[in-house]
Design a protein around this ligand. Structure first.
Ligand code: FES
Length: 134
């Protein structure tokens, strides 16, 4: 940001600094927070993922749910865009497909707040390396 010339400039600067501080605080204990990753490749954006991501970020904040909302590239589930991966603290990540605002609301209310699985989960067709070591 350039020079502060008006009260509005000062407010914008304050908000930017507040957001940066909040992000830094969250990144220091991110494992204990809900992690939300929204696929944001070009096709995802064309399918509405930006609106989904904004909705999730706004609503999680409004509902006082501490979460880290980030964007990622294509997750390989292009047929089901917008796709969102959610990791609750201590749980395996789950990917949801076709996440519009209505589905995002349902995911927040049922899965994030209550741990209840909802329709739209994309089954994993792979195992990660850690599972094979057990
Ligand atoms: S390009 Fe959007 S999920 Fe693949």
């Amino acid at each position: 940001m350039g020079k502060v010339k008006t009260l509005d400039d000062l407010r914008k600067l304050r908000d930017e600094l507040k957001n940066q501080t909040s992000l830094r605080d969250k990144s220091e204990h991110s494992e204990s927070l809900v992690q939300v990753k929204v696929a944001m490749a070009t096709c995802c954006i064309a399918s509405g993922s930006r609106e989904t991501m904004n909705y999730l970020a706004d609503e999680l904040d409004k509902r006082n749910i501490e979460a880290v909302v980030t964007q990622t590239g294509c997750m390989g589930y292009c047929y089901a865009e917008p796709t969102v991966e959610i990791t609750l603290p201590g749980k395996e990540p789950i990917v949801f497909g076709y996440v519009d605002e209505k589905k995002a609301d349902e995911i927040i209310e049922k899965y994030i707040k209550g741990g209840e699985l909802v329709e739209g989960i994309i089954p994993m067709n792979y195992q990660n390396i850690d599972i094979d070591k057990k």
